[in-house]
Design a protein around this ligand. Structure first.
Ligand SMILES: Nc1nc2c(ncn2[C@@H]2O[C@H](COP(=O)(O)OP(=O)(O)OP(=O)(O)O)[C@@H](O)[C@H]2O)c(=O)[nH]1
Ligand SMILES: [Mg+2]
Length: 454
């Protein structure tokens, strides 16, 4: 991947662009220590010898002139993030200083790192496997406590370790099957078929469980989608604004105010929710409104939780049609909360559902509690294994398809040469998850997700 040579010594600013109190510049590669020592002096103007895992307060020189006083920390290979010699300069945050340090290091023969190149080197040097490298990107991105929790558990090995173990077992058995091919004349069986079937079944169910958890994992990573739906004018936009605590959507007493779906996110107890306000559902001839209503149905499809609003002033009987229409449109795995609105004006004629008057903030806290409870009880029941990575999801589905073929083949008593083909296929896709098998394409798509300096 990339144009760079793995032998180059690379450098980049690892802190965000802009001015901060300090900035960190990373330098990694065989020449890192020599390059760093060439630009550094002690405060009493002596040469600097960097010691492993030692942070030194030093002066960074731009030719004969002092550029900055900073802290340089040296990590000798292989015990550094990249597995190579690394020097980190914590300099003052001026953009000029940061840029000048890079230019000086480049003058000494370093080159600018590409996006994700530090982590790529960590992977190539066996410091982390591919799924752990991806978890680093997730960790940097994580916006909520739960997304952070998932990234940390993946970074520490997560399910990849377990899959790798199963893969090893499967490799051993495949080798035995292949051995049978060499003795096909004698009709010998080295691979115990029963054991093989057990392994295939075990692996299948593990991978299936993981791939099934993808939708949940993804929802947690990007925010749990929650749709607000109901007839025009019931107070959907008012509720959205109350949940977000800002005037995000236009509220008016004209039915049909909201035409397009409006989406924004908020956090409760470390969980991110993406709340979607929709166009009110009713029969309409207005083409614009119709398009809006179509979007409402799309929003419904992608939501895990639905807040179905009923205006307390209207008889509940009338509202039953809405529920039926909704039920016809929804998958059973969605959670629906019945919300009565405008309870400051009138009490609903039914005692089921949650009473609210979002205009005055009443009931909003209760809705938030309901959302959190739903996530904890229904969505997060298996948090220990949650798949959040789309690349893994795709690979797992391919593993499942191949394992299914193996199983079918065994049931049909296929000859080992045919079984081996599907086994190899499953092994290949399993290997792509941890990076035991990796192509340049996979590597560049994984590491390009990072920004420069990571
Ligand atoms: N008294 C009272 N009025 C409310 C309450 N919630 C909303 N309203 C009023 O009801 C009217 C409609 O509110 P919206 O939030 O725009 O309703 P909507 O469901 O988004 O309407 P559409 O976008 O047209 O589908 C506005 O005049 C609101 O002020 C409430 O809790 N109490
Ligand atoms: Mg509205």
């Amino acid at each position: 991947m990339g144009k760079g040579n793995i032998k180059d010594t690379i450098c980049a600013v690892s802190t965000p662009t802009g001015v901060g109190g300090i900035a960190v510049i990373r330098l990694s590669g065989m020449e890192a220590k020599r390059m760093a020592e060439s630009c550094l002096k002690t405060p009493s103007n002596k040469s600097v010898i960097l010691k492993n895992r030692n942070a030194k307060f030093v002066v960074f020189y731009d030719g004969d002139a002092m550029l900055d006083e900073l802290v340089a920390t040296y990590f000798a290979a292989p015990h550094s993030y990249t597995g190579e010699d690394v020097v980190e300069f914590s300099c003052h945050g001026s953009t000029y200083i940061q840029q000048r340090i890079l230019q000086i290091l480049i003058g000494f023969g370093a080159r600018l790192a590409e996006a994700g190149e530090f982590t790529l080197r960590a992977f190539l040097n066996g410091r982390l496997d591919l799924s752990q490298a991806e978890a680093v990107a997730d960790l940097i991105d994580s916006q909520s406590q739960i997304a952070h929790h998932l990234a940390v558990s993946q970074m520490r090995g997560g399910y990849a370790k377990e899959l790798e173990q199963l893969r090893q077992e499967l490799i051993d058995t495949t080798a035995l099957l292949e051995l049978e091919l060499d003795f096909s004349e004698e009709d010998l069986e080295f691979a115990n078929r029963e054991r093989l079937m057990d392994m295939v079944v075990e692996l299948y169910s593990k991978v299936k469980r993981l791939s099934d958890s993808f939708q949940t994992g993804n929802a947690i990573k990007n925010g749990i989608p929650v749709a607000i739906v109901g007839r025009p004018n019931v107070g959907k936009s008012t509720l959205l604004n109350a949940l977000l605590n800002e005037d995000r959507a236009i509220v008016s007493d004209t039915p049909g105010t909201t035409r397009d779906t409006i989406e924004d996110s908020f956090f409760v107890d470390g969980i991110e929710f993406r709340i979607i306000d929709t166009a009110g559902l009713r029969d309409s001839d207005d083409p614009l409104e119709k398009m809006g209503i179509e979007r409402t149905y799309k929003a419904l499809e992608k939501s895990s939780i639905i807040l179905l609003l009923h205006d307390s002033q209207l008889p509940f009987e009338e509202f039953k049609d809405d529920i039926e229409a909704l039920a016809n449109h929804c998958h059973i795995d969605k959670t629906i909360l019945l919300v009565h609105t405008k309870c400051d004006l009138c009490k609903p004629d039914i005692d089921r559902g949650l009473m609210t008057a979002a205009k005055n903030g009443k009931g909003v806290e209760e809705i938030k509690r309901f959302l959190v409870k739903t996530v904890r009880e229904k969505i997060l029941k298996n948090t220990d294994v949650l798949l959040t990575n789309a690349r893994h999801y795709e690979a797992m589905n391919k593993v499942l398809a191949a394992l299914y073929e193996v199983r079918k083949g065994m049931e049909a008593d296929l000859t080992p040469d045919l079984l081996v083909i599907d086994m190899r296929d499953a092994l290949y896709h399993l290997g792509t998850i941890t990076g035991k098998v990796s192509s340049d394409d996979v590597l560049s798509s994984v590491f390009s997700r990072f920004c420069v300096g990571k």
